[in-house]
Design a protein around this ligand. Structure first.
Ligand code: S3P
Length: 182
């Protein structure tokens, strides 16, 4: 079975949705940020501070390439900036069915306003930063995605149902095509 991949801005709920989806679909879950932190034995903030963003972005691409060679049938949530690289968008599509958890700047701000673990959102005016970054990134998320799931005002159960339905639909479509070929 194909992997299910969750992309979207910081605070859009990828990690939580991924975790809950893994129970629902009975698949294991992987988070690229956590993979990188585990491999590097340090936090994302420490990686950014010591080696800079470019180094972290290279680690993200390496992580995707490795997943492509090793996994199937998993839930994969990825860091918010990972789909910005063209190569990564291509790798994501190869890796499985991609869902963009689309959230408004207001929803994101509410969720991350007390967070200190995301280096790109620190600074004096995180709200303006979110708006600007989201406006720049939205098109890349759309480009990488097979489906867009708007998460504003929805509870997790609702979001999980939408994703599970789309996963079923695509799997049944693939199954149908295979049966026709036989
Ligand atoms: C980033 C998002 C973070 C993490 C890093 C950079 C980004 O992941 O990869 O801080 O550029 O949007 P989450 O989206 O899981 O917060």
């Amino acid at each position: 079975m194909e992997n299910v991949i969750l992309i979207g801005f910081m605070g859009s709920g990828k990690t939580t949705v991924g975790f809950r989806l893994s129970y629902r679909l009975r698949r294991t879950v992987i988070d690229t940020d956590k993979e990188i932190e585990r491999e590097e034995q340090r936090s994302i903030s420490d990686i950014f501070a010591a080696d800079g963003e470019a180094y972290f972005r290279d680690r993200e691409t390496m992580c995707l390439r490795r997943l492509l060679n090793s996994t199937g049938n998993q839930i994969i949530s990825v860091g918010g900036g990972l789909p910005l690289r063209e190569e990564n968008r291509k790798l994501l599509r190869e890796l499985g069915q991609v869902f963009y958890l689309q959230a408004s700047a207001a929803t994101i701000y509410e969720r991350v306003k007390h967070d200190t673990t995301r280096p790109l959102l620190q600074g004096s005016d995180p709200q303006a930063k979110i708006q600007k970054m989201l406006a720049e990134r939205d098109r890349y998320y759309r480009e990488a995605a097979d489906s867009i799931i708007n998460v504003d005002g929805k509870d997790f159960e609702h979001i999980l149902c939408e994703i599970a339905e789309a996963v079923d639909k695509r799997q049944n479509g693939m199954q149908g095509r295979r049966e026709k070929q036989v």
